[in-house]
Design a protein around this ligand. Sequence first.
Ligand code: KE4
Length: 429
Amino acid sequence: MKKKLSAEAMQEARELFPGGVNSPVRAFQSVGGEPVVMDSASGPFLKDLDGNIYIDYIGSWGPMIAGHNHPSVVKKVEQQLKKGISFGTPARPENQLAKEIMSRMPYIEKIRMVNSGTEAIMSAIRLARAATGRELIVKFDGGYHGHSDSVLVEAGSGVSTLGLPDSPGVPRNLAAKSISVTYNDSEAIREVFEERRQEIACVVVEPIAGNMGCIPASNDFLRLLRSLTTKHGALLIFDEVMTGFRVGMGGAQGLYNIEPDLTVLGKIIGGGLPVGAFGGKTHLMREIAPDGPVYQAGTLSGNPLAMSAGLATLELLTEETYSGIWEQTQTLASGFEEVARNRSVEVSVTKVCGMFSIFFTKSTPKNFRDVKGSDIGKFNRFFHSMLKQGIYFGPSAYEAAFISAAHNEETTKKTLEAAERAFSEFNPS
Ligand code: KE4
């Protein structure tokens, strides 16, 4: 593969941005080698500056579930563009997106649009602290909830990729107000409530973790979180930035049929443009300014273009769309397991509709410790072998892979053929 123009662009980028990127995971530091600079995208494909085409399993880290540049999304954004880019006033597209979100997540009675998942989590935590009068946040090792100070503790995603369990710059006394326990570990969370139940403002959880790779929570674990938070007056916050409208029509809360107090969204609801949101029961959301005293604001919150891209994306996500995505996810997951087995390579593949992970380990990881115990070096070799063959996975063993409605039997077949060659490099027969 020619990489000349990518390399030139990265050389320039390194003069402009820390690590040459605007988000750390893109720098390939975890997998090694040179990042690829993309130029365009369509459906399930990315095209780099040198014209190389890739089957894309990043999907901009989740938003592009309808496939890149879906005509309906482009059309709705173009229609809004002709009317104006941003007003800084109420505008109808925000009403339309809010109603579409709430029609799929009925536990959200009121919602506030923001500009990223980070901002949504940060605001939801402020609301939980205000509503409960308590300060302690409980999260889970390997859970990533954006980069606001309170949640950069034993985080997943880019923080694990960079090996920064808690980032410098987070005030010590603030970090002390967040504790992180083992995911899927009922005993650990029971102990935390045993010892500190009076202090806990909220439990923040990815109901299906996607930032230590794809690790679904057990039903019992999530139900325990729900009962402990209810019993002890803490709020349960579902971080569905990644899972919201990816894993099914009603997100993870629909799959598990568990009602969180607050839901945090992002990614898909912006259709690729910057959007986050948090919402829940009216009695909580009316604490948010200007109804209530909990301040929260944003210049571009509810941006009409972003609302239009999100609405067009959600309108494409029908039960039929999800069953198509789930079918490709299952075919890929079982295909990876089969080709690995044929080459005597130990892998464990986890999957939910629209997202999956390949771990180089024998048993299925249940938490962050298990993931860190998998063979990261083998993942990195697999990543580069697939990249060379035109298959683009997330450049980190701690990231999930994403499938869109544009992925089909053809892309699945090509991906599995490439995996066969990648695994044969591990154990050449
Ligand atoms: P943003 O601030 O990046 O929009 O959202 C933060 C966030 C919050 N919650 C969950 C569950 C998330 O997955 C994320 C962001 N996900 C990462 C991918 N693992 C974004 C990619 C990146 O950081 O470049």
